[in-house]
Design a protein around this ligand. Structure first.
Ligand SMILES: C[S@@+](CC[C@H](N)C(=O)[O-])C[C@H]1O[C@@H](n2cnc3c(N)ncnc32)[C@H](O)[C@@H]1O
Length: 381
């Protein structure tokens, strides 16, 4: 029943002041925003989403990008008012927004808070000058630290993003850098290992032999150090790459990993919506101009709306749910009808890759290093 599936909204703002060479998200240079009626586009997209699922309330909203800290606060406020009018916004709704240290001046952050943002996610990426240069970042270490201090004075919930397991980074380097991050006393950190994504400048430079990625064993050791230092600092992992103090985990992402609905609004946004005829995956047009033109001409801005098969639903429930440290209750997997290979599950438990507790399907810290293989192994058939 649609009523029982929690509802969130993901709003994609596809513009940045500069494009990072490792990034394969749907991003464009900020100068392309000029002259277009973005307000009309987002509000029309919300109207179409309401046609797919009408019941609320909305519990969480995530403004991702791109760099949504570049959005006009009035636009953010108008989107939130429209969501509230259509579905109702829960009184304690979590409303997150991603920010870049040089695209988030204090007056802008204050205005975004007034607009309704409750949680800021700041892209620090590295606390090392040479690494920031390598990553194509346009801010210094000091600017990132200053932006974090300013954000923390404005928002109750602030998170930092970092990218580690970078070329030439040693285990000792990462230990020192992470200690520096934890000394800033964040309540939430997202710590991602660098991945080389196809069709990015990094992919071409890597192919051309301009830099080498760390060996898998070093990356695994770095992951272990990450768990050790974050545990000791009171920020245990609650997901593969996310760590938080109690009460600071990102509710929007948790709901997504637990199979909640999210309406995907904005160029290139993905969504998952429980409709009267079943669950549907939505994919918005990626090119900002195409997305806007579709909506302006009476279209819904979607490139595709794909009904999910039982197999899709089962595989996705495992793929997302096993990312969470608490895993998935066996009762929920049974309710979803996910066919499990109990023989393989017993073996993975014996090997220490799945938790012993038979009431849940949960991956151990050792299992998290081989999560993809585990996910593939436990689905029967
Ligand atoms: C959509 S980005 C938003 C970043 C924000 N615009 C900024 O400039 O800091 C979200 C996060 O994904 C992570 N990320 C993006 N590409 C990555 C890659 N190739 N490898 C690892 N992490 C990546 C970065 O940590 C980044 O902060």
């Amino acid at each position: 029943m649609a009523e029982s599936v929690p509802l969130g909204v993901y709003v994609h703002w596809p513009f940045c002041a500069a494009i990072c060479p490792y990034c394969d998200f749907n991003v464009h240079l900020a100068r392309d925003t000029q002259g277009a009626d973005w307000r009309a586009g987002y509000l029309r997209a919300l109207s179409h989403a309401q046609g797919m699922r009408a019941d609320g309330p909305v519990e969480t909203i995530f403004f991702g990008g791109g760099t949504p800290s570049l959005m006009a606060p009035e636009l953010v406020a108008d989107i939130l008012a429209d969501i509230d009018r259509r579905w109702g916004l829960a009184a304690n709704a979590e409303i997150s927004l991603e920010a870049n240290p040089v695209s988030a001046p204090e007056n802008q952050l204050k205005a975004l808070k007034v607009a309704g943002i409750t949680r800021l996610s700041l892209g620090v990426q590295a606390l090392d000058a040479a690494a920031l240069k390598f990553l194509g970042r346009t801010h210094s270490v000091a600017q990132a630290q200053e932006a974090f201090a300013v954000a923390s004075s404005i928002f109750e919930h602030v998170s930092l993003d970092l990218i580690y397991a970078r070329p030439t980074q040693t285990l000792a380097d990462w230990r020192r850098e992470l200690q520096g991050v934890l000394a800033m006393a964040p309540a939430h950190v997202s710590l991602y290992q660098l991945t080389i994504e196809p069709e990015t400048p990094f992919f071409r430079r890597h192919e051309a032999g301009k830099f080498a990625m760390p060996e898998d064993t070093l990356a695994a050791d770095m992951y272990e150090v990450t768990q050790e230092l974050c545990d000791a600092a009171g920020l245990p992992a609650y997901e593969v790459s996310n760590h938080a103090r109690a009460g600071h985990a990102c509710r929007h992402n948790i709901a997504t990993w637990q199979g909640g609905d999210y309406l995907g609004i904005g160029p290139g946004a993905h969504g998952r919506v429980t409709t009267e005829t079943g669950r549907v995956a939505t994919f918005a047009r990626t090119k900002p101009a195409d997305w806007l033109a579709s909506l302006a001409n009476g279209g819904d801005g979607f490139q595709e709306k794909r009904p999910l098969t039982d197999y899709d639903l089962h595989a996705e429930a495992l793929l997302l749910g096993l990312r969470l440290v608490e895993g998935l209750p066996m009762s929920r997997l049974a309710a979803l009808g996910v066919p499990l290979d109990m023989g393989r599950i017993a073996m993975l438990r014996d090997d220490g890759l799945l938790a012993r507790d038979v009431q849940v399907l949960a991956v151990t810290p050792a299992g998290r290093l081989v999560l993809d293989q585990i996910t593939g192994a436990v689905l029967a058939g």
